[in-house]
Design a protein around this ligand. Structure first.
Ligand SMILES: NC(=O)c1ccc[n+]([C@@H]2O[C@H](COP(=O)([O-])OP(=O)(O)OC[C@H]3O[C@@H](n4cnc5c(N)ncnc54)[C@H](OP(=O)(O)O)[C@@H]3O)[C@@H](O)[C@H]2O)c1
Length: 235
């Protein structure tokens, strides 16, 4: 019998996080902890029906709140009931539309808090549960907009800054914990509220690719920036 695999997905109320929860919960032996800041209004998440042998648990988690992040650990621990956490999937993100000379200071701080500080603190606080898991994997969802090696223009400046920072966080986490696998993952340009209707990928395509990449990860992949289609991206 295949062994049970546990996943904590942040930002699972809609978009890519919801699709991750959907695809993971459709595979038996997965325990999916789908985290969202407002469980009471996460109707699409509540509508998901896990496959036989899979479990779906909805966990309250506002990643912009240190207290909520800290509180979530005990909740997740209780659900796992002695098991470790195999995958921490830092998916939640925000993307203000701005440029480097026309931005809101509050939105800049909020982007850094949600897109960088949250994955950092989640990594730190969930490390003991990850140690108890068999996969010991952290996926930091990043973006091609966080790359230096590609001219991304002037748009979405604070978001791009935050994604470059989460790339460096990934590199540092991988160096600090050689017993973990930590990657930054670019999901492609996807039709979600964030990606918009013009995007080239459906959430189902991006997530299928992301999960193929994540499930095939090996120790030597730790510290890399990977695309949903398996390519390694230059920083
Ligand atoms: N879509 C793209 O083309 C694209 C491209 C590159 C990278 N990405 C990255 O992929 C990830 C998912 O993006 P998406 O396209 O699915 O975006 P989305 O459709 O805007 O969904 C964002 C998700 O993050 C959640 N979230 C935001 N702030 C949160 C907080 N403080 N606490 C908990 N959850 C929070 C939202 O929850 P609420 O419903 O509560 O707001 C929502 O579930 C992000 O990290 C994004 O940067 C997306």
């Amino acid at each position: 019998m295949a062994s049970v695999v546990s996943w904590l997905i942040t930002g699972a109320s809609r978009g890519l996080g919801l699709e991750l929860a959907r695809q993971l919960a459709s595979t038996s032996n997965n325990i999916v902890l789908a985290a969202c800041r407002n469980p009471s209004s996460a109707s699409h998440l509540h509508a998901l029906k896990p496959a036989e042998g899979a479990e779906l648990h909805i966990v309250q988690l506002d990643v912009s709140s240190e207290e909520s992040i800290r509180t979530s650990v005990a909740t997740v621990e209780a659900v796992l009931n002695g098991r470790g956490l195999d995958y921490l999937y830092n998916n939640a993100g925000i993307c203000p539309r701005d440029d480097a000379f026309d931005f809101s200071y509050d939105e800049l701080l909020a982007s850094l808090q949600t897109n960088v500080a949250a994955p950092a603190l989640l990594g730190q606080l969930y490390a003991p549960l990850l140690e108890k898991g068999t996969r010991r994997t952290i996926v930091n969802v990043s973006s091609a907009l966080g790359r230096f090696s590609r001219d991304s223009g002037a748009a979405v400046a604070t978001y791009s800054v935050s994604k470059t920072a989460v790339n460096m966080l990934t590199f540092k986490q991988a160096k600090a914990r050689p017993d973990f696998i930590v990657i930054a993952l670019a999901p492609g340009w996807v039709k979600t509220d964030m990606g918009g209707a013009e995007a080239g990928l459906e959430p189902s395509q991006s997530v299928a690719g992301q999960l193929r990449v994540v499930l095939a990860l090996r120790k030597q992949d730790s510290g890399k920036f990977l695309s949903y289609d398996g390519q390694e991206l230059p920083w």
